[in-house]
Design a protein around this ligand. Sequence first.
Ligand SMILES: *Cc1c(COP(=O)(O)O)cnc(C)c1O
Length: 409
Amino acid sequence: MNSNVEMILKQNEEIIKEMFVSLNNISYVNQKRVLDCFREKRVSPSHFAPSTGYGYNDLGRETLEYIFAELFGAEDALVRSQIISGTHALSSCLFAVLEKGHTLVSCIGPPYDTLLRVITGRGGLIARGIKYHEISPDADGGLNIQAIAEAAKNKPEMVLLQRSRGYSAVRRSLTISEIEAAVKTIKEISHNTIVLVDNCYGEFVETREPGHAGADLTAGSLIKNPGGGLAAGGGYIAGKADLIEKVADHLVAPGLGKEIGPSLYDLRTVYQGLFLAPHVVAEALKESVLAASVFETMGMTVYPRWDVNRGDIVQAIELRSKEELISFVEKVQECSPVDSHVTPVFGEMPGYDDKIIMAAGTFVQGSSIEISCDAPLRQPYLAFLQGGLSYQHSRYVISELVQLVNTWK
Ligand SMILES: *Cc1c(COP(=O)(O)O)cnc(C)c1O
């Protein structure tokens, strides 16, 4: 490596070292929380065995769901490979709970791209007679509590919060305290309103989860944070027992609910991935903090800045043109352990309105807890960098990106 680049990295690592200490502390607390759950449930090799057919009495699945409920501050959970993705998990919550004439309020402006389709697209909630309102984020990209309180007066059946910034240039990620304040405001005015939190990219970023802050339902993807880079797929939903029952009836069939759902494959990777997740999430956060610090030092605009309290693992970096964006994403792909020889291009992705370019040289297809960088084709040209199973790999990728950016000047 170029010694000048190494110097830039070292200088930035010096600036951000206290942030790393605090990330290690969070990771330590979460590691103990996970370990305690495993010990309490006496996890053993028999839990990893696959089940077949209907999957009745699948001890591995039942125990895993118990552990997720516990970790996410919930009464019950669904953790299944039959839940294909985060969108599928969240969409299932929306369709299971909301009925014709009900109202859904998004408290974070337009939600994540694929969910917007679920709500406003063909066959979506609005088409099924559900009313939908959005509350724009406040000036700094956070929650507009006053507007949320106002909306709660109409007693909507459900409100949606999203922990991550998503592909947004306007919204920022939410901390658990902010989610807690919103839940409190909503419940004081409208006790029965169900709070659904899109927890994608937020798991284990703090020592508490949305369920601990009063959320009724929380959902996410296993190929992001809670899969620890090992889970080969799947999603989870954690929440109040009666709501989980409703969602299970919707996902499977009324009357069957949670009772069936074979593991089919070895659950060892899901258990082991969950065990590793607190560490892996801290590694991913270190990548984001280093990237924020380094690229800001180089005069670029980054969201968020390195020293803020983060609600997710996503780091957005603003580039000046489509060409810069493409070469940035290409460089990440080039530094990936899988498909390093492949050139990413802008393409249509199911569920997204804009074309997307994605560097995803990952072991698990589309995994974004592994180092990945994606960008929608729209202005401002933001590259969203996230994941990284090891800080060493992330550091190397950032060093290569620094050299690339240097050639632009
Ligand atoms: C990834 C993500 C989703 C769901 O995406 P899937 O690709 O379907 O797992 C939803 N919301 C946010 C904020 C996300 O980051």
